[in-house]
Design a protein around this ligand. Structure first.
Ligand code: HEC
Length: 250
């Protein structure tokens, strides 16, 4: 009887875990996971290069210093200066965009936001899908719209790499209300990278943005292991102490 109860209890818990998991994945169904690897230094190096070449013209990362990145990404000062520092003179400077914010606001309607903390604000998956989600829209002033951020004023700055794609939508009418549902992309012009390489390019870039948004993340994780080990040792000592103190009280 008891065993039966136990078994039904375990089954109930398992069912809960499985359904919770199903719920989580269906909630984020529209966003493809970025699958970044924060410990992969060469991916971060490529991401830094991508950011400096394709993003820093418009976006700053004003909480990030070049020398901090250089140290973490294992770059020599020379590599740092030659490969990443286009807008700066000194390695202790922060990453500024080459475009004055006021001009940017006039040209794009919205000033390009600072990207230091963007990965924490919006999530890596959001940025990954944003950079993959530009599609042709003749009515937009930039010629494109975005699946993740509809009506965005950011142009498709990576068009040379990805090429242009068109989005198709399926229309549903239910109770007099028409809604649009994304139905897939169709490649219109090809870029310099094939789909797999473009995904990799974007993944590296997002990896870098996730790193600058939380530079001490990997150190914090390492520290966490030590803290847990300390707590376990302390628990053993406390248990022994308790036994010692209570041994005469019985
Ligand atoms: C030509 C200027 C320009 C360049 C280059 C550029 N962006 Fe942007 N970006 C913008 C503007 C303008 C916005 C504001 C868009 C809006 O809010 O509609 C923006 C917004 C964003 C956002 C915020 C999206 C959101 O959901 O709020 C992210 C993330 C972003 N850019 C990433 C990048 C990355 C990564 C690169 C380099 C690959 C890049 N941008 C290159 C102009 C630019």
């Amino acid at each position: 009887m008891d065993r039966l109860r136990l078994l039904s209890g375990v089954t109930a818990i398992l069912a809960l875990v499985i359904s919770a998991d199903g719920f989580a994945s269906s909630a984020g169904a529209e966003l493809e996971p970025a699958n970044i690897d924060p410990g992969n230094i060469s991916s971060l190096q490529r991401g830094a290069r991508n950011f400096m070449n394709y993003c820093s013209g418009c976006h700053s990362a004003q909480y990030v210093r070049y020398n901090t990145i250089g140290k973490y990404l294992e770059l020599s000062e020379e590599q740092l200066v030659d490969n990443l520092m286009f807008n700066a003179e000194k390695t202790f400077e922060t990453i500024q965009s080459s475009m004055p914010a006021a001009d940017a606001a006039r040209w794009y309607g919205v000033a390009p936001p600072d990207l230091s903390l963007m990965a924490r604000a919006k999530g890596s998956d959001h940025i990954y899908n944003f950079l993959k989600g530009f599609y042709l829209d003749p009515e937009s002033p930039t010629g494109v719209d975005n699946l993740v951020l509809a009506g965005t004023s950011m142009p498709h700055v990576l068009w040379e790499l990805q090429g242009y794609q068109r989005a198709s939508f399926a229309e549903h009418t239910e109770g007099g209300v028409t809604s649009r549902e994304f139905d897939g992309f169709e490649q219109v012009t090809t870029g310099m990278l094939d789909e797999e390489d473009y995904d990799e390019f974007v993944r590296d870039t997002v990896n870098f943005l996730a790193y600058i948004a939380e530079p001490i993340r990997s150190e914090r994780r390492k520290l966490g292991v030590w803290v847990l080990m300390y707590l376990i040792v302390f628990l053993v000592i406390a248990a022994m102490l308790k036994k010692q103190i209570w041994k005469d009280v019985k």
